[in-house]
Design a protein. Structure first.
Length: 468
């Protein structure tokens, strides 16, 4: 018989690998220092990007209010032919050349006729707004980019993108986008490991500790808000880099290498050309430059027969050998971006490009850019963008508050002792160094600023050593 007091051997509970813990113990000070320096020195750029991004999220509603007269028209049961609307716009802007037409997508909206006019800024056209029911012109405004941003939204967009400083201003936004994902992932690692150390449950990651006070309370809010905003912040960082100057060029080169470019419609008239001497076009049809042009009315009817639906943009032939191109421009989900090219002389289809045939990478790029601009899901998209921007502003304010309360009398402060990298196993240190070099190459502004951080850190270390 075995006594109840007998002691049975019990297997030791499994322990996490010592090397993994040792690596994180050595790596954590590096992550803290990186998060610290980026928070102090890069946060101002992030703050400007977040505030201007918050303003841009509201720019669509601002645009609709400011330009309500130009964008809307009384609902009419009848509509004048599209060619007559274009003719009315041409009379209102005789110095311009008609480049494209965006017919009214639904009752109560105006037709937008886009003109190439000398001396306008790059990617900018003059838009003349026509009442489709009466053919009367309701106004003319500059229109920027593929989204057709009118002056107010274009001004806010340029503020967000480059602070109205031209090409040099793009450095600020690229620097912010390059570091945003690093700061976010570093903060996530620190927050998760702190949760394990403090024994907090999963719920405690997403909700601030209301029982805490002082710096711990601020840190609790900082970590919780950061976790809620994490996915949105990473998304904005990645998609924002596609517009950047230096990193954007590298991303474009990678897309070309892997065949991820957005396809272009074939507009070569070739054997489909109705007349080899085509030298012009006429939006209303008939003769143009000595050859027949079927006109925009017939092209619009043909586009409908090919299952293209509004909103549409009809791009007129720019010169000899060019085709009419009718494009769907619906950026909201479900996205409709099909395109059909028509021979101006015969109206026959010479090219077709369906969004369904885009490579997956090109679709993801299109959706990512549209979501970043607040177009993909309309108002809901814009509300989410505003919430993310407000979250980033909150994180920066809380981060500076923590630093201000812990700051020394002089200098930045010292979050952790130097030399922690010496405890890293070479099997982790070498890949980490290589990864940093690759990222620094493809994101050059981040690489340069990281080198500047290291130099600052070394100088502060030498200063502290000389003081001792």
């Amino acid at each position: 018989m075995t006594s109840t007091t007998d002691v049975h051997p019990v297997a030791d509970p499994p322990r996490p690998p010592r090397r993994r813990r040792a690596n994180w113990v050595a790596l954590r000070p590096l992550v803290v220092r990186l998060h610290f320096y980026a928070g102090i020195l890069i946060a101002p750029f992030l703050l400007v990007a977040a505030v201007t991004g918050l303003l841009y999220a509201a720019s669509f509603q601002i645009e609709n209010v400011v330009y309500r007269h130009e964008l809307t028209a009384p609902v009419s049961r009848t509509a004048v032919p599209l060619s007559e609307q274009v003719a009315a716009a041409s009379r209102a802007l005789p110095e311009g050349k008609v480049a494209a037409v965006r017919p009214a997508a639904e009752p109560g909206l105006t037709t937008r006729v886009l003109f190439d006019v000398p001396d306008l800024p790059e990617s900018t056209r003059m838009a003349v707004f026509v009442d489709p029911g009466t053919g009367q012109v309701r106004g003319a405004l500059e229109s920027y980019g593929g989204s057709g941003a009118l002056p107010v939204r274009a001004w806010i967009s340029d503020l967000h993108r480059r602070l109205h400083l031209g090409e040099p201003g793009r450095i600020y936004s690229e620097l912010a986008a390059s570091w945003l994902w690093v700061v976010a992932l570093g903060g996530l690692a620190l927050w998760l490991t702190r949760r394990r150390r403090d024994g907090r449950r999963l719920r405690g990651l997403f909700t601030p500790d209301r029982a805490a006070s002082g710096s711990r309370r601020t840190l609790s809010w900082h970590g919780s808000v950061g976790l809620w905003a994490l996915l949105g912040v990473l998304f904005l960082s990645v998609t924002g880099l596609t517009w950047s100057k230096y990193a954007g060029d590298n991303i474009a080169a990678l897309r070309t290498t892997f065949g991820w470019e957005t396809p272009a419609i074939n507009t070569d008239l070739g054997a489909h050309a109705g007349h080899s001497g085509h030298t012009g076009h006429s939006a209303g049809g008939g003769q143009a430059g000595g050859t027949t042009d079927v006109g925009i009315d017939q092209v619009a009817r043909a586009a409908a027969a090919w299952r293209l639906s509004g909103p549409l943009e009809v791009v007129l032939p720019a010169g000899p050998g060019d085709a009419y191109v009718v494009k769907e421009i619906r950026k909201t989900a479900p996205t409709r971006l099909d395109q059909i090219a028509f021979d101006p002389a015969t109206g026959r289809v010479v090219g077709e490009l369906r969004f369904a045939d885009y490579p997956l990478a090109a679709k993801l790029t299109e959706w990512g850019i549209d979501a970043h601009m607040g177009l993909l899901f309309g108002l809901a998209n814009q509300i989410v963008l505003a919430a993310i921007a407000a979250g980033v502003v909150t994180l920066i304010v809380l981060g500076y508050r923590m630093w201000w309360r812990r700051r020394p009398t002089r200098g930045f402060g010292r979050p952790y002792p130097r030399g922690g990298w010496r405890g890293l196993h070479w099997g982790l240190l070498v890949p980490l160094a290589l990864l940093t070099a690759v990222i620094g190459y493809y994101l050059p502004l981040m690489g340069i600023s990281l080198a500047a951080f290291l130099m600052i850190d070394v100088l502060l270390g030498l200063r502290a050593r000389s003081a001792r």
